[in-house]
Design a protein around this ligand. Structure first.
Ligand code: TRP
Length: 326
């Protein structure tokens, strides 16, 4: 028995990396057992910060392939691209009338984006959280699994829902709950910053075993371990963190050997790379199979959008009635 509806969205960043998997996708897959899930590739949100558009469509497809290969089940879960359900833009417009401008410009996430993209502070960027609220409420999702970085957006969404329902004296929208996806932040190969494609410190899920080895070899380990004979500190080493996920059986002995300088970083990384490659082999095989038919992923996304539009129409009808639109 499924006990509610989950919605989550992610920007189309193309091929996904270990951080995306451990931080979000793994959880998306698990939630399918207990909830009716919608997972959305938010291409309209991506437009708020893009300078170039050539790769957007391909990035959506690559991301969807990773989701599917990882175990998102399109027969149950609705997996779709945001812009293919244009109702979301209509709800966004209506919700924007219930959104005080100052609330948007006060959000820390907005200020960060302004600092990152000072040359492109567009109207859509200001409304980013309104569009996100439209995503969630359009499908009447009660639960939204996101990382802590999205907490202020979720709180914002809840406020807009309360305001909307109060001012329209309706129950047209459902107030969503945030479900904090608890996982330790996955660091990139630099060992300092969060794993991210734009920082080029990522390890792609779909990488070849050779590229995986190269990337793992480039990982920064305990900076205090200057010589092979120095004891290492696994608790500050990102290679060890990944061992805990990908080498659960060997992790205790690796930890011991690292502290005793019994194993060097090079060997430690070789083992990690082997275990990542072994662990991801079934994923990679499934992905290659899915990618063979280039239409397949778009057929799945089109069908997801079709199912999503049915839910969207029902909500939009109630919302329009609540504000007196014909
Ligand atoms: N803002 C989210 C991010 O940057 C992506 C997103 C868009 C989202 N719409 C959403 C997440 C709805 C959860 C629910 O990661």
């Amino acid at each position: 028995m499924k006990t509610g509806r989950v919605f989550s969205g992610a920007r189309p960043t193309g091929r996904q990396h270990l951080g995306n998997y451990l931080g979000a996708i793994k959880n998306y897959v698990a939630l399918q057992d207990d909830y009716d899930c919608l997972y959305c590739i938010v291409d309209l949100h991506a437009l708020t910060t893009l300078d170039e558009f050539e790769d957007l469509r391909q990035n959506c497809a690559e991301m969807a392939l990773d989701w599917l290969a990882a175990g998102i089940e399109p027969a149950e879960t609705i997996i779709f691209v945001q812009s293919q359900v244009p109702q979301v833009t209509e709800l966004h417009t209506i919700l924007s009338m219930f959104t005080p401008l100052g609330k948007l410009t006060d959000l820390p996430t907005f200020k960060e984006k302004v600092a990152q993209h000072p040359h492109n502070v567009n109207y859509g960027l200001v409304g980013y959280p309104v569009l996100m609220t439209a995503d969630i409420t359009l499908y009447r999702a009660g639960i939204v699994p996101v990382g802590v970085d999205q907490a202020s957006h979720l709180e914002f969404a809840r406020e807009i829902v309360r305001t909307f329902n109060y001012r329209t004296r309706s129950q047209a929208l459902i107030e969503p709950q945030m479900k904090n996806t608890e996982f330790p932040k996955v660091l990139g190969t630099d060992g300092v910053q969060k794993m991210s494609k734009s920082l080029n410190n990522d390890i792609e899920l779909a990488a070849t075993p050779e590229v995986t080895l190269q990337r793992v070899m480039s990982m920064v380990t305990d900076p205090q371990r200057a010589r092979r004979t120095d004891p290492g500190r696994p608790e500050v080493c990102n290679v060890f963190t990944l061992h805990q996920t990908f080498s659960p059986a060997e992790a205790p002995s690796i930890e011991r050997e690292c502290r005793a300088a019994g194993i060097g970083c090079v060997d430690c990384k070789k083992i990690l790379s082997q275990n990542i490659n072994a662990g991801l082999a079934p994923f990679r095989a499934r992905r290659a199979e899915l990618a063979q038919n280039s239409r397949l992923v778009w057929d799945i996304l089109d069908e997801g959008a079709r199912r999503a539009r049915v839910l969207a129409d029902a909500t939009l009808q109630d919302v329009k009635a609540a504000v007196g639109l014909p």
